[in-house]
Design a protein around this ligand. Structure first.
Ligand code: PLP
Length: 448
């Protein structure tokens, strides 16, 4: 009998007891190869000595001080480090405890900015279908995953959702990637105009669509066109890099590869690599200047803002990433990993698309390759693949609803940056084996 209110109320997960590198062990002595870093979190793997030492030192010196009384050296150092490596003009770091908190803070910062500069009529957010920005009410409101939103829809602030950048399904055969990206930017502009440009606060998007879409990498030029549309209408651009940021795609920020600088960017997961719950919003100078020259504060706050131990962990993770050249490694080995996945899975009729960047990959499954038809959602393939993979000793991150929040299955992979070539090969092999085992089930129709 468990008293923990688990995610699923009909099953209790195995008890994790120890972890090192890419391996987690449970109380029954089973070992699992962590191919997704949990939910794209463990960028340095488990048990990294430098991060653990930094956390120990911080706990010994000062475990907690409330940010309404004090700042701390470690929070200052982390903010300096993040600004040093951030996109141009990002000069302020608001430190929170996770991804949803970062998104909530960004939404409120954007709103307060317009209140401060005398545009209080801006009340509306535009975001994308199939996006995920977190499970708190503000983040859920801008999120575009219908299944997650549905029960809470009456509680959510209204938001408009436009199409994601999903070339596998939505780029037309007669369209170049550039033309497709421009069409999406035009759709965004039409949505802004339909709302009334003077009413729109911001466009919110994951730079690379993650959990609910199965790693959607933007077509070249898409975000540049989006940035132009936002600028034309005085609308802020909020990029959510909670999952795709902090090196996951081979650059510290995914938007570097799009040559676009947002007004606000959210980070979490890889920021602390799972060693502590930590997230942040990085803000352009003018956003913060509007507040400092106006009311003098950001009307927000949480008890654990800038938690010293969380900051110490995040700072250590950042230092290891730079010291050990892990961004270059993720770029180079990411190509290799993509190749391994294609080799292991590419020929299977049930694999529709293998896409990704760096150490961030998605495999989308289909019942019919030519027609790109998804499997019947009632089969719950994604859940079965997760279970089978665990039975075979692999942790991956499958989800359903890829296509429209209800139909479609994908598997997300986000190995720690420290993964060795043999571990990447083993991940591809085990994943192919787990998916194949599920596909052999008598109730799963053969893919065409
Ligand atoms: N934003 C994105 C892009 C995410 O992928 C997630 C979590 O998966 C969140 C926000 C929410 O983060 P958290 O689960 O830490 O609240």
């Amino acid at each position: 009998m468990t008293h923990v209110f688990h995610r699923h109320l009909h099953q209790t997960p195995p008890v994790a007891v120890s972890a090192q590198g890419l391996h987690i062990r449970d109380a029954a002595g089973r070992s699992y190869l962590d191919a997704s870093g949990g939910a794209a979190v463990s960028s340095l793997g488990h048990g990294h000595p430098d991060v653990i030492a930094a956390m120990h030192a911080q706990v010994d010196a000062l475990a907690y001080a409330h940010t309404s009384f004090f700042t701390t050296e470690v929070a200052e150092q982390l903010a300096d480090e993040l600004v040093r490596t951030a996109p141009a003009g990002m000069e302020h770091v608001y430190l929170v405890s996770g991804g949803s908190e970062a998104v909530e803070a960004a939404l409120k910062m954007a709103r307060q900015y317009f209140v401060e500069i005398g545009q209080p009529q801006r009340t509306h957010f535009i975001a994308r279908r199939q996006s995920y920005h977190g499970n708190t009410l503000g983040a859920l409101a801008v999120g575009g995953n219908e299944w997650r939103r549905a029960p809470f829809a009456p509680l959510l602030v209204p938001a408009t959702h436009v199409a994601p950048c999903y070339p596998y399904r939505e780029q037309r055969a007669d369209e170049t990637p550039a033309a497709y990206g421009q069409r999406l930017a035009d759709e965004l502009e039409a949505a802004i105009v339909a709302q009334g440009p003077e009413r729109v606060i911001a466009f919110v998007a994951e730079t690379v669509g993650g959990a609910t879409a199965g790693v959607l990498t933007p077509v070249p030029g898409y975000f540049k066109a989006v940035r132009e549309v936002c600028d034309r209408h005085g609308v802020l651009l909020i990029l959510d890099e909670v999952m795709c940021g902090m090196g996951r795609t081979g650059t510290l920020y995914a938007c570097e590869q799009e040559q676009v600088v947002p007004d606000l960017v959210t980070i979490a997961k890889g920021l602390g690599g799972g060693y502590q719950p930590v997230g942040a919003v990085l803000a352009q100078r003018r956003i913060v200047e509007a507040m400092s020259g106006g009311s003098g504060f950001f009307q927000h706050g949480h008890t654990y803002l800038g938690h010293p131990v969380a900051c110490a962990a995040a700072l250590a993770v950042q230092r290891v990433i730079h010291r050990d050249g892990l961004l270059a490694k993720v770029r180079a080995e990411g190509e290799v990993f993509g190749g391994l996945l294609r080799e292991a899975l590419g020929a299977e009729a049930y694999v529709g698309d293998i896409r990704g960047r760096g150490f961030f990959w998605g495999v989308e499954l289909v019942a019919d390759r030519a027609a790109k038809t998804p499997f019947d959602p009632a089969l719950k393939l994604h859940a079965r693949i997760k279970q089978e993979a665990m039975a075979q000793g692999l942790l991956c991150y499958p989800f359903g609803g890829t296509v429209d929040g209800r139909r479609g299955d994908h598997v997300l992979l986000a190995p720690p940056f420290v993964a060795q070539r043999e571990e990447l090969a083993r991940i591809a092999e085990l994943l192919a084996s787990a998916i194949a085992a599920v596909m052999r089930s008598p109730d799963v129709p053969a893919a065409r």
